[in-house]
Ligand binder design. Structure first.
Ligand code: NAD
Length: 366
């Protein structure tokens, strides 16, 4: 009989090595020759409920890159959903390839794969996926959220994400400055996309001095003009003197190159995975005295929105009320981080894991 040694299955970089180290339940590889679909679904944890997290379509340079992305993102969803108080687990899907590959057959085939999981995984939009794509997926499975409002869905989650980010930012300001008022605070918003533009409106309304940047100059000028924010060059954002840096574009912007350039007291934004190296950069921020509002905690408005749609009984006011709680959760996590002298990211993960473990015990069969 073939003997499989434990050490062989846990090699660093191997699939089992990775899912063991990140504690995933399942990794599903989906392929369809006819449509060219290549997708990977990562199910991190289903103790709290079905694993909900969006699908991202991206032309990954390698399979390894796609696997790493789906594992990281699905783990993040477990923590995000747990901290948001949702009865939903953590999952995510990635589709490998050029978004131009998408068509009805391609998306419905993907929907069939989701259906085959019997509700263990629920999808929604992420990068390069939109509400129209969700409609095709819905033709093959009910385990999808983020449908257009006109079709009974919850529509664009960005306004709710922006509101939650604003709440988290105010909690972080409270911790850093002793008051949650953002009046007169100099705030740099990186990325004037769906979330950024709504966030800027909240900040301007409160009397903050808002600096905005984006790689698309026309879009940047248009948002600056419409809101009264000051447009700045995308390369300058890390070097500007500001109170709060709000990353609302890409992930990993807090990294070895930028961390010493940042002159802010607070980092609070909507982008996912802001810390390039979760442990290393989280610790450096703490040592530098920069208050970091963990991204997966404060950008949860979107998943609260799609989660409400999936679980049923969607009501916009209730969704905003639930999202408002991000303020209290953020403040208590920042207090925990301070009193235990640990990075905020670590404190947030500990609280998220504690809820998952506690609910696991609640769900004992007898
Ligand atoms: P978006 O694509 O609408 O906007 C992103 C903006 O960032 C674009 O305008 C883009 O041009 C700009 N950008 C890209 N690279 C840049 C750079 N180097 N410098 C400056 N600007 C740059 O995306 P979105 O929906 O607004 O989401 C923003 C971030 O928040 C993403 O990281 C996303 O994953 C995260 N997020 C979004 C939601 C949501 O509800 N939309 C929910 C949770 C997390």
């Amino acid at each position: 009989m073939l003997e499989i040694k434990a050490t062989e299955t846990l090699q660093e970089g191997s699939i089992f090595g990775q899912i063991t180290s990140m504690d995933h339940e399942q990794l599903v590889v989906c392929h369809d020759q006819a449509t060219g679909l290549k997708a990977i679904i990562g199910i991190h944890n289903t103790i709290l409920g079905p694993a909900l997290g969006g699908t991202r379509m991206w032309p990954y340079a390698s399979e390894k890159e796609a696997i790493t992305d789906v594992l990281r993102l699905s783990r993040g969803m477990s923590f995000k959903n747990s901290l948001a108080g949702l009865n939903l687990g953590g999952g995510k899907a990635v589709i490998l390839g050029n978004p131009k590959l998408k068509n009805e057959a391609f998306l419905r085939r993907f929907g069939r794969f989701i259906e085959s999981l019997g509700g263990r995984y629920v999808t929604a939009e992420d990068v390069n996926m939109n509400t129209a794509d969700m409609e095709y997926i819905r033709m093959e499975t009910k385990h999808v959220a983020g449908l257009p409002q006109i079709k009974g869905g919850s529509g664009d989650p960005s306004p709710v994400t922006a509101f939650g980010t604003y709440m988290g930012m105010k909690a972080a300001a409270n911790k850093a400055f002793g008051s949650d008022s953002l009046q007169g605070k100099k705030i740099g918003v990186q990325g004037v996309g769906q979330v950024g533009k709504y966030l800027i409106e909240y900040l301007i309304k409160e009397g903050a001095e808002v600096l905005v940047t984006d790689i698309f100059e026309d879009k940047l000028k248009q948002v600056a003009k419409a809101t009264g924010a000051l447009a700045v060059d995308p390369n300058l954002i890390y070097d500007l003197q500001m109170d709060i840096y709000a990353p609302c574009a890409l992930g990993a912007t807090v990294n070895d190159e930028t961390i010493d350039r940042l002159k802010c007291r607070v980092i609070a934004g909507a982008a996912n995975n802001q810390l390039k190296d979760e442990e290393k950069h989280g610790k450096i921020l703490m040592e530098k005295g920069i208050i970091y509002a963990p991204d997966f905690l404060i950008n949860a408005g979107g998943v609260i929105n799609v989660g409400a749609e999936y679980l049923g009984g969607y009501h916009k006011d209730i969704v905003f009320k639930q999202t408002e709680k991000i303020y209290d959760t953020c403040l208590s996590i920042l207090n925990k981080a301070e009193s235990e002298n640990i990075p905020a990211q670590q404190a947030a993960i500990e609280v998220a894991k504690a809820r998952i473990e506690a609910m696991g015990r609640v769900k004992l069969p007898f």
